[in-house]
Design a protein around this ligand. Structure first.
Ligand SMILES: O=C(CO)[C@H](O)[C@H](O)COP(=O)(O)O
Ligand SMILES: [Fe+2]
Length: 227
């Protein structure tokens, strides 16, 4: 079953608590939280205080995607704020092994992310240290961008590299009911969707999530029921 992880980057920021609860109740499996620093990526979103403020609004897994450099000084703050999984970019610093070690030592799921221009082979030395690999299918920094189909080659490579291990593969960026099928077929276990999940306001969230889930299930032949 494919995990659907709506990104609150596409939510109404003036009502983030209500939005987080609404998307959770509409069928989200995980909540994806995009942290941007205006340095590693050309946009600024939010930090650990917002993660902490949102924590009481749902029990769903908080999947924190750090697009910040350096990441290490902030890992404990995100863990304490209520992150369940923390993903750091392999491009964000020279000490990815140390970052992953720190996340695991904090008792959280450790993830490593790859930009569309980064080869999958770069994460091979740290596969023992990760629970998640996140493959970006847009250049990170903004929601609402178009899916970069060539990044699915990276998903397939990650799938082959992680065979026999219990590592989840996320696809993040431009996921819609149209692109969810190819992403799931290439090996994605987790689909992150911002714009496509939050499109149309709260009355549409259930339908939006179901459409992505259904497309993934059709493409993989796996059960589309909620997990
Ligand atoms: O990490 C991200 C951007 O850097 C977001 O998770 C991603 O872009 C989701 O938004 P959308 O589905 O609208 O592309
Ligand atoms: Fe993200």
């Amino acid at each position: 079953m494919t995990v659907i992880a709506p990104s609150i980057l596409a939510a109404d920021f003036a009502r983030l608590g209500e939005e987080t609860r609404a998307i959770a109740e509409a069928g989200a499996d995980w909540i994806h939280l995009d942290v941007m620093d205006g340095h590693f990526v050309p946009n600024i979103s939010f930090g650990p205080a917002i993660v902490k403020a949102l924590r009481p609004w749902t029990d769903k897994l908080f999947d924190v995607h750090l697009m910040i450099a350096p990441a290490d000084p902030y890992l404990a703050a995100f863990a304490e704020a209520g992150a369940d999984a923390i993903t750091v970019h392999v491009e964000a610093g020279p000490h990815i092994h140390r970052s992953l070690q720190t996340i695991r030592a904090l008792g959280k799921r450790a993830g490593v992310a790859l930009n569309p221009g980064t080869p999958a082979s770069l994460i091979e030395p740290v596969l023992d240290m990760v629970d998640l690999v996140l493959v970006m299918t847009v250049n990170p920094g903004f929601g609402g961008q178009s899916f970069i189909g060539s990044a699915l080659e990276t998903v397939s490579r990650v799938k082959a590299l992680t065979a026999g291990r219990t590592i989840g593969i996320s696809v993040d960026g431009g996921v819609t009911p149209e692109t969810a099928g190819p992403a799931a077929a290439a090996g994605a276990d987790i689909l992150v969707a911002g714009s496509a999940a939050f499109k149309g306001g709260p009355a549409e969230y259930g339908k939006n999530i179901a459409a992505i889930r259904e497309a993934a299930a059709t493409a993989t032949g796996r059960d589309g029921a909620r997990c």
